[in-house]
Design a protein around this ligand. Structure first.
Ligand code: FES
Ligand code: FES
Length: 179
């Protein structure tokens, strides 16, 4: 409790790497990571749907783990490495994007940035995931258009394609394109 609870929030210093670039920001303690990305850094590829941690449209990677950025405080990401859909790069991301296009894994596209982030995580972590596994992994990402069938096909295809790509290239797979 302070003497004056109506005093403006002086903010918190935040140093965060986003898509490979380091940013130093002063953020209100209650600012969400989603709002920091969209309003401070103009990375509007991260979408906001429910803003309650339910729909997964706002999913980004923080230190290689998918998180819902609408319920993650920006200040809690101090020192973290964040990847948004704008920063997805590398063989996993390429395979996932190409598979979503080939399998028609989107319609309106509103859920797609969050779906891609989750898909990259799934393909990286569980390259042998079955369609049932993928459906389970997608439990935190809602899509109102596709019925999920083509999204599951796309993730399955990306994992299969990536197996071919990495076997051909003999390279290790990295999430979000980072070594
Ligand atoms: S907008 Fe974050 S989970 Fe829906
Ligand atoms: S493609 Fe429209 S919500 Fe998923």
């Amino acid at each position: 409790m302070t003497d004056d609870d109506t005093a403006p929030d002086p903010g918190t210093a935040l140093r965060v790497r986003v898509n490979g670039a380091v940013h130093e920001l002063q953020v209100p303690g209650r600012l969400s990571l989603a709002d920091a990305l969209r309003e401070r850094l103009h990375l509007t590829g991260t979408h906001l749907g429910c803003e309650h941690g339910v729909c997964g449209a706002c999913t980004v990677l923080v230190d290689d783990r998918p998180v819902r950025s609408c319920i993650t405080l920006a200040a809690a990401c101090d020192g973290s490495d964040v990847v948004t859909v704008e920063g997805l790069a590398g063989p996993v991301a390429d395979a996932v994007r190409e598979a979503f296009a080939a399998e028609h894994g989107l319609q309106c596209g509103f859920c797609t940035s969050g779906m891609l982030m989750t898909a990259v995580d799934v393909v990286t972590r569980r390259p042998d995931a079955t369609p049932d596994d993928i459906r389970h992994e997608l439990g935190g990402n809602l899509c109102r258009c596709t019925g999920y069938v083509n999204i599951v096909r796309a993730i399955t295809r990306a994992a299969a394609d990536l197996g071919t790509i990495t076997a051909d290239a003999g390279t290790a797979v990295t999430i979000g394109g980072r070594a």
